[in-house]
Design a protein around this ligand. Structure first.
Ligand code: FES
Ligand code: FES
Length: 207
């Protein structure tokens, strides 16, 4: 077949290959229909999601926010309320660094949409210290030196708080089980477990 030979309907092979690189051109070649200007514009423009009104009650205060429905609770806390204690690490429910309490129970805030937290009571690590005094769990982490880089620490503290609200006097095994959804890459698990047991004693007035 010669270079300029026509393949169909007056289109040469060379011109077919030239235009086939773009979607619109390919559509035109294959169907004979030129995409309308409106369709071409619609394809180029990013879709803007509609924002919805969400009221988040965090650490005893209500916050009215306008958020895209896809925003997670973690991102709403960090980017809209500037509460950066809960950390984004895996962002897919595997490490526990983003743990907060919802209605007293530990949850991964990266796995919950902010709209689904509307109407619930959220507690973050920022809500624990009162009048400049650390919560006993926070104080025990300091006392037992239960952190290295500290990136996992807020998540561990919130998971431990969830445990101590349900079980004021846990055993070591119960602490290990309750914190099994949290990962510490620095590997200070032994000290973390000691800190939680120590805090339990202090909160019971046993130490
Ligand atoms: S960041 Fe949420 S579980 Fe890891
Ligand atoms: S102290 Fe570094 S990840 Fe736990």
């Amino acid at each position: 077949m010669g270079k300029g030979r026509k393949v169909s309907g007056g289109v040469t092979r060379r011109s077919f290959l030239k235009v086939a690189g773009s979607g619109a051109a390919l559509t035109e070649v294959l169907t004979g229909c030129r995409p309308s200007a409106e369709v071409a514009v619609a394809e180029e423009q990013p879709q803007v999601a509609t924002k919805v009104s969400v009221t988040l009650r965090v650490n005893g205060k209500s916050h009215r926010l306008q958020l895209e429905p896809r925003v997670t609770l973690l991102n709403a806390l960090r980017h809209h309320l500037h509460l950066t204690g809960a950390k984004p690490v895996c962002d897919r429910g595997e490490c526990g660094a983003c743990t907060v309490l919802m209605d007293g129970k530990p949850i991964y805030s990266c796995m919950l949409l902010a709209v689904d937290a509307d109407g619930h009571e959220i507690t973050t690590v920022e809500g624990l210290a009162q009048d400049g005094r650390l919560h006993p769990l926070q104080a025990a982490f300091v006392e037992k030196d239960a952190l290295q880089c500290g990136f996992c620490t807020p998540g561990f503290i919130m998971a431990a708080l969830g445990l101590l609200r349900e079980n004021k006097n846990p055993t070591l095994e119960q602490v290990r089980a309750a914190l099994s959804g949290n990962i510490c890459r620095c590997g200070v698990y032994t000290r973390i477990f000691e800190a939680v047991l120590e805090a339990a004693k202090k909160m019971q007035g046993r130490a």
